[in-house]
Design a binder for this molecule. Structure first.
Ligand code: NDP
Ligand code: MG
Length: 399
C-alpha cells in the first residue's frame, strides 16, 4: 500500500482547501508533497503547520521570505520556493504522483501543462488553462501519457456517466447521442432584467448552491462559467459544441448527464459539494469517503429543468461561438472575460458590461489558428490589453 504524493496548485483557494479536507481523511493513502499559493500567506502558514509539505511555493519573493522566517521560527521541515518557475518545478517533480490544478485563470496554464508534460495524474479544476490551450494541452496529455481527470463537477459527472472505453473508441462509437451540461443559472435566474445593471459584486458572488472563489462565482452569475465548461467538455470528451445541450437545473443535484442512442439518459447526482468530484478523481477507479452528507430525496422533493435565456446570459452564446470559430478565439474570450470580471469586482464596470467587454475584445483582436503555446500566450496578452483599453473607455464615459 504505497502512499501517493500530492501537489496542490492553488492550495489556499476554495478547491485547494476542499482537496486538503478530503486528503486529511485518508492519511494512509495520500500525503501532501507541495502546496502553492499567491497572496494568502496566513492560510498557507496554517496549511504548512497542519500538512508539513516538502515544498511551499509563492510566486512573490517577499511573501516567500516572510513564509521562510515563519517556517524557521516554527522549526518545520518545509522548503520555501518562489518565482513562477517554482510552480512548474513542483508540478513536474519526480516524486509527485498527482497534481491538483486549482489555480484560478490563465496563471495556472504553465504549471498545469508542466504536470501534463511530466506524465502526471492531473486533476483539472483550472478550466481556463484548458479553454486557452485546448489542443496543445490535450496533445501534451496524450504524448506524455498523463492521466487527466476532471474536477469540475459537471465534467466529473459526465466522466462518471461515460463507458470506460470512450477514450479509445470516441463518443460516437459508444452509442452516445449527446451530452447534457446542467447549470443552476446562478443567483440571477429570476431577477428582473431591468435591474441587472445595478448588480453589485457581493450580490454576484452569493451563489445559491455553491461556495466558490469570487472569479468563478461571477462567471456563474453571467453563465460564462457554463460557456467555459462547454469548451472544456469539447476538449475533454472530444465532442463538438453541437453535441452539447445546456440545461438549466436550479437545484444543482444532477451535475450533468449523458444521453445514449437507445433512449437511456445517465445522470450523476449528489449534494453540491466539491469534495465529491475531488474524492472521485483522487481515488479513481476506486471510491473513498469525502465527508459529504448523503443526498436526502425527501428533502429535495423536486428537480426542475429549463432553457437558458439568451437575453439573460449573453456570455453563453459568446463562448459557444468562440469554440465554433476555434483557433485562438477561446483564448481571447477567456482573457477578455478575466479582465472584465476583475474590472467588475473592482467596481470599474457594471454587471451587464462584462459581456460588452468580451464581445468588443473578440471583434477588435485578431483571429489566428493558434497552434503553438507562444501564439496562445500572445493572443492572451493582446486580448487583455484590448479589454483593458475598452474598460478604460467605459470608465471614462461613466465618470
Ligand atoms: P479561488 O479564488 O478560491 O482560489 C484560487 C487559488 O489560486 C488560490 O490558491 C490563489 O492563491 C491561487 N492564485 C490566484 N492567482 C494566482 C496567480 N496569479 N498565481 C498563482 N496562484 C494564484 O478559486 P477556486 O478554488 O474557486 O477556483 C480554482 C479553479 O477551479 C478555477 O479555475 C475555477 O474555475 C475552478 N473550479 C472551481 C470550483 C469551485 O467550486 N470553487 C468548481 C469548479 C471549477 P491565494 O488565495 O493565496 O491568493
Ligand atoms: Mg462546474
Amino acid at each position: 500500500n504505497v502512499i501517493e504524493n500530492i501537489c496542490i496548485l492553488g492550495a489556499t483557494g476554495s478547491i485547494g482547501t476542499n482537496t486538503l479536507d478530503v486528503i486529511k481523511r485518508h492519511p494512509d493513502k495520500y500525503q501532501v508533497f507541495a502546496l502553492t499559493a499567491h497572496r494568502n500567506l496566513e492560510q498557507l502558514k496554517l496549511q504548512c503547520i497542519e500538512f508539513q509539505p516538502r515544498y511551499a511555493v509563492l510566486p512573490d519573493a517577499e511573501l516567500a521570505q516572510e513564509l521562510e522566517s515563519f517556517i524557521q521560527y516554527k522549526g518545520l521541515q518545509v522548503e520555501v520556493l518562489h518565482g513562477v518557475h517554482s510552480l512548474d518545478f513542483v508540478a513536474s517533480h519526480d516524486e509527485v504522483d498527482t497534481v491538483m490544478a486549482a489555480i484560478v485563470g490563465a496563471a495556472g496554464l504553465l504549471p498545469t501543462l508542466a504536470a501534463a508534460q511530466a506524465g502526471k495524474r492531473v486533476l483539472l479544476a483550472n478550466k481556463e488553462a484548458l479553454v486557452m490551450s485546448g489542443a496543445i494541452f490535450m496533445d501534451a496529455v496524450n504524448k506524455h501519457g498523463a492521466t487527466l481527470l476532471p474536477i469540475d463537477s459537471e465534467h466529473n459527472a459526465i466522466f462518471q456517466c461515460l463507458p470506460e472505453h470512450f477514450v479509445e473508441q470516441g463518443i460516437e462509437n459508444c452509442g452516445i447521442h449527446n451530452i447534457v451540461l446542467t447549470g443552476s443559472g446562478g443567483p440571477f435566474l429570476k431577477k428582473d432584467l431591468a435591474d441587472f445593471a445595478a448588480i453589485t459584486p457581493d450580490e454576484a458572488c452569493a451563489h445559491p448552491n455553491w461556495d466558490m472563489g469570487r472569479k468563478i462565482s461571477v462567471d456563474s452569475a453571467t453563465m460564462m462559467n457554463k460557456g467555459l465548461e462547454l469548451i472544456e467538455a469539447c476538449w475533454l470528451f472530444d465532442v463538438k459544441p453541437e453535441q452539447i445541450e445546456v440545461v438549466l437545473h436550479p437545484q444543482s443535484i444532477i451535475h450533468s448527464m449523458v444521453r445514449y442512442n437507445d433512449g437511456s439518459v445517465l445522470a450523476q447526482m449528489g449534494n453540491p459539494d466539491m469534495r465529491t468530484p475531488i474524492a472521485h478523481a483522487l481515488a479513481f477507479p476506486e471510491r473513498i469517503s469525502a465527508g459529504v452528507a448523503p443526498l436526502d430525496f425527501m428533502e429535495i422533493s423536486k428537480l426542475t429543468f429549463d432553457r437558458p435565456s439568451k437575453e439573460r446570459y449573453p456570455c453563453l452564446a459568446l463562448a459557444s461561438e468562440a469554440m465554433k470559430q476555434g483557433g485562438n478565439s477561446p483564448a481571447r474570450l477567456n482573457a477578455a472575460n478575466e479582465v472584465a470580471v476583475q474590472s467588475f469586482l473592482d467596481e470599474k464596470i457594471g454587471f451587464t458590461q462584462i459581456a460588452e467587454v468580451i464581445q468588443h475584445t473578440l471583434t477588435s483582436t485578431e483571429y489566428a489558428e493558434a497552434l503553438t503555446l507562444d501564439s496562445v500566450l500572445s493572443a492572451d496578452k493582446e486580448a487583455r490589453r484590448s479589454a483593458q483599453d475598452f474598460v478604460a473607455q467605459l470608465t471614462n464615459h461613466s465618470s
